[in-house]
Write a protein that binds this ligand. Structure first.
Ligand SMILES: Cc1ncc(COP(=O)(O)O)c(C=O)c1O
Length: 414
């Protein structure tokens, strides 16, 4: 009997991405990922919601799709209809909503019905790495549009649309994160949203609006969604409960015309997203969403303050950033000659995880000295200690910052 283990390698499909790394736990100072604040997970109310909804409707778990069909638990879609109207101005019905396994599945489904290898899309120059990587893997050309403090720049968009038109290229969509942009934290004002809609209509390009941070604005005031403002349709909207409640639930949603939802359902091959999470969320959200979110954003705002103070103290003028109006991350520019891809490696060896800017941008040179720090998950103490440790690594690798904790380092004292 042979003991040689079976070799699967020659049988693997062609074109697979590189294998994933094994999970070995979080680093000590974890400033990556969209994790949420563990203290703010509304445990008691989630426990009560679980008991109530299971006692009332638990037997519907015997059927795929509960008693609601493949678009997702109807009471959750009904909650979203009300919430999206109230908060984002979106007028839709439960038939226009498809519940997904996180908004990442929303990205996959929208890409799945629109994109072929060789297609072109327009995106924000700095953007969500998960979106960027998907486009790369699909062999789609992503044209990056620079941002300013109000989000995607419309002069640059108009120019890119014109250039593509002259080349005979019709972009498949304009992807934007208009409300608390990832990673820059900008919020696109209403006037610019009108201009974006006008340009998109003029060129016959749909807009793909990714809005998962819109609930997390410090003053609670958000502009209407692009989906709500469009007079001619042409906007697909996705959202998520990952940032407002908890990412491990894996519940997101797509708002689109039924004709598009029907095409997406046809390629959504998981026979429905996890049902228990949807039931618990609907039960919880109807009673508590409106009070939970302000408490969460207050806690996040305090963590942002801690992070900004720690950066000012440890890096001084060597770290520049615009204060975001909401969200869970800070986009930081470090002084020359810092290269955050190299800093990332050195920091990781010291137990500090950060997102290097070039992985979040179509312009690797522009993003060379930039990084994204997520402040939602680490405690205040971990934020302070992590930033101090990062400053130490950065100074060792790049001589920046020259001063640590407002104390000048003399040669030989490090
Ligand atoms: C802009 C954006 N879109 C989508 C996602 C995916 O989130 P989820 O699948 O947890 O809803 C994220 C997560 O960080 C994000 O930042």
């Amino acid at each position: 009997m042979t003991t040689t283990p079976f070799d699967f390698a020659p049988l693997l499909a062609a074109g697979l991405p590189p294998p994933a790394a094994k999970y070995t736990g979080f680093p000590k100072y974890n400033f990556v990922g969209g994790h949420n604040d563990a203290e703010q997970v509304p445990l008691d109310a989630l426990l009560a919601a679980t008991t109530t909804v299971l006692a009332r409707e638990g037997r519907t778990l015997a059927t795929y799709g509960l008693a609601s069909g493949p678009q997702g638990y109807r009471p959750l879609r009904e909650f979203l209809v009300g919430k999206l109207k109230r908060d984002a101005g979106i007028a839709c019905t439960a038939d226009n909503i498809l519940i997904t396994s996180g908004s990442l599945q929303g990205l996959d489904l929208v890409n799945g019905i629109f994109l072929n290898r060789g297609d072109t899309v327009i995106i924000e120059q700095e953007t969500y790495q998960g979106s960027l990587n998907r486009l790369t893997r699909l062999g789609v050309e992503a044209v990056g549009i620079p941002l300013d403090r109000d989000g995607m720049r419309m002069d640059a968009l108009a120019s890119a649309l014109g250039t593509l038109k002259r080349r005979g290229v019709q972009p498949k969509y304009i992807y934007t994160i208009p409300t608390v942009q990832n990673p820059t934290g900008t919020i696109m004002p209403e006037a610019r949203r009108h201009e974006l809609l006008r340009l998109a209509q003029q060129h016959g390009v749909p807009i793909f609006e990714d809005d998962c941070y819109a609930d997390l604005i410090w003053d609670g005031r958000r502009p209407p969604a692009l989906h709500a403002m469009s007079r001619h349709g042409g906007v697909i909207h996705i959202g998520s409960f990952s940032k407002s409640i908890a990412p491990a639930l894996r519940v997101g949603y797509i708002v689109a015309d039924w004709e598009l939802i029907a095409r997406m359902l046809a390629i959504k091959t998981d026979a429905g997203s996890g049902a228990l999470e949807q039931m618990v969320l609907a039960e919880f959200c109807n009673a508590h969403f409106a009070t939970h979110v302000p408490a969460l954003t207050r806690a996040l705002r305090r963590k942002l303050d801690t992070l900004m103070e720690a950066l000012a103290e440890q890096f001084g003028t060597a770290a520049e950033f615009d204060e975001p109006k909401g969200g869970i991350f800070l986009w930081v520019r470090l002084a020359e000659p810092v290269a955050t891809l190299r800093l990332y490696q050195a920091a990781l060896a010291a137990g500090i995880a950060l997102n290097p800017g070039p992985e979040w941008s179509t312009d690797k040179a522009y993003a060379k000295g930039r990084m994204r720090l997520c402040f939602a998950h680490p405690s205040h103490e971990t934020i302070r200690a992590g930033v101090a440790a990062l400053a130490e690594v950065c100074r060792r690798e790049f001589g920046v910052p020259a001063r640590i904790a407002n104390v000048e380092r003399r040669a030989g004292t490090a």
